[in-house]
Design a protein around this ligand. Sequence first.
Ligand SMILES: [Cu+2]
Length: 340
Amino acid sequence: MKHGIRVSVIIAVLSAVMIYWARTIQWMPVEASREAQPIDWLFGLHIDVITFLYVLVNGILVYSIIAFRRKKGEEEAVGANFHGHTKLEIFWTVIPLITVLFFAYLGTLVLNDISAAAADEMEVKVTARQWAWSFEYPEAGVKSTELYLPVGRKVKLTMVSQDVIHSFWVPEFRVKMDTVPGITTTLRITPDREGTYKVRCAELCGTAHAAMLGTIRVVSQEEFDQWLQGKQAPTNASELSPEELVTLGESTAQAAGCLACHSVDGSKSVGPTWKGLFGSERTLSDGTKVTADEAYLKESILEPKAKVVEGYPGIMPTNFGETLSELDIQALIAYIRSLK
Ligand SMILES: [Cu+2]
């Protein structure tokens, strides 16, 4: 009994200290959505229980090693011989069972809470493909390679994949959902912190999986409305200066995922480098030669299979005609031209 009381006191004090300490640690990136709050609360509760269990197991272990070590003069002594302890076994089966069921109950409450629909939620369609994200605002008829979201408004993402399984994951929002070819999945987020975040693909999906990043901008409602209007207005290349067009081309190349396969510094990648491409002579897979002029670049983007460069597999995505606007394509060509 003496040992029982001692070890209980040690464990009580140690776990209180450790739980207090564990709570001071920032385990996660900043919380940037309302959904992050209940998730982090539940996560913290798990950490509390795990910390207590760690102290319990190792506390009893270390205490026993010290208290029940073989002392001088006990070399021949034999320990007590006993078999089983029914009450103890019932105790350590029932308590963990109740704990686990309780966490399952809490998990269900949190999941119901974070996936609940709201009357004024805004729908955005998300398309994943190897290896880029694109977004569509059906109410406004706007397509974008960046996800703009107004702060404080619940958004319902309806997600599809054009090829393999991907997974939409923004650590700051905590929530995550797979995109699966053939079905539409749904994810709800209420961003509550303005800033720029990255969506990462959390499902290994091929060569450039690690480069499958998309930009998310959480902005004020006014800024969002402005952006949406700007996207709706018919924009064409002549409204931009040559430098602006090149800058736009660079960001489009990044956002559309081109740079996952094309380098801009001369190094070899999945596809040919863009450095020095414009105006150069290209040898195609059938042996013919063409000059890389504007028409060739445009065709290469819209119909990659029409002319395949010698020595490279014809694996460039064929749907850029659907996801990129005419302006995007003009900007990409201007950007490639600028890479001398
Ligand atoms: Cu992916």
